[in-house]
Design a binder for this molecule. Sequence first.
Ligand code: SAH
Ligand code: F3S
Length: 437
Amino acid sequence: MKFYIRTFGCQMNLNESEIMAGLLTEDGFEWTENPEEADIIIINSCSVREKAENKLYGAIGGYGKFKEKNKNLIIGIGGCSAEKERENLLNRFKNIDFVFGTRNVIDIPNLVKRALGGERFADFSDKLDEVNYIIPKRPFSKHHAWITVIYGCNKYCTYCIVPYTRGFEKSRPIDDVINEVKEYAEKGYKEVTFLGQNVDSYGKDFGDKKPKLDLLIQKSAQFDSIKRIWFMTSYPTDITDSLIETIANEEKAAKYVHLPVQSGSNRILKSMNRRYTKEQFIDLVNKIKKEVPEVTISSDIITGFPSETEQDFEETVDLIKKCRFERINIAEYSPREGTIAYKYFKDDVPKRIKNKRLQHIMEIQKKINLEENKKYLGEILTIIQEGKAGKDNTYMGRTINNKLVIYKSQDQLNGQFLNIKINKISPGPLYGEIVEV
Ligand code: SAH
Ligand code: F3S
């Protein structure tokens, strides 16, 4: 029997889809990239913004139509929207067969078998305690491994649905994670990314309450095959000095931090329940840049949070100019039912203003990127080739500080280290050609 998985949202969802694909394959099901020939379709959903949720509803409609041709097709919904809507999804969409939670992903073979047996159900049991082993995966990349090391989030930012859909923070035992890295190393993987909503909280829920992401990086660096170690996402007050030192001193640690700030206004930050001020955030960015000179830092920003004034927004613009991020994910505020902001704050910034502010940030960021990228013109950068960038023979790869480089190449070089001479820049990728050194 063939299964197809559609993933929306973050890297953690992608990683969970790899896990589901691995578990189902191990159980005798067969992976397909064509939903039309599947007997089982699983949608791994995202609910962080309304737009993401609308995509899910579109997909349910689309795949639901396949049932007209294939009466035996079953459709299951997992991920954050499933966790948020639960039985409502079954009541609203008659062509769905089962919904399941973010904490029982490893139960997917059983869930699928129940659905194949004719049961229509919602199952949100918590099976995270059973994840203390190396989980079989069907990795989507042959040289870059993604490993979720901490589940959930305890921060309760007032706008965010994640703590409600993914529950409390729970770290995987360090030996499990290291064994998994070892397994990938033995297969010749070169890169690993440790994932978590607040990955730098990794290990804080163990007995000694000390964060251990630094230890995880140091231990993983011992494997010869592993050349680069990434981690995502960081929370500004959870980054320890020891982690910064590890990024600086461990050659294999990526010189890249994704550090969401959300706003530059102290009033808005407080209302968002972020636990730092604009000044503290800028100090942290400066400290990381000082300790790790080649580092790049990216961030997330929300425009039009309830009550955000022009003056608040100016504070955000000022912060962006001071931090000079490598990239910003900008989102218009989207009220999420179940959050504090939804319940208590009026969504009072008009859509037009939210969008105007978003566009304004994009413009500034473009300018910053163009200025920053100039320093790479004529340079030779070392990248690992990730794969095709377009339909022709253009390929892409990344430097250890996450700069995206595009050049002409071939499939055989996927996963290889290459030196690229940069001959063109843009606000986004750098362009160049392969050179021998
Ligand atoms: N720590 C997480 C954050 C998850 S949500 C991580 O691993 O990325 C990702 C981003 O979505 C947040 O940083 C925030 O900028 C944005 N976001 C979350 N809730 C939102 C909302 N209600 N409206 C708009 N953007 C939101
Ligand atoms: Fe969401 Fe804030 Fe956690 S943005 S994932 S509640 S750190």
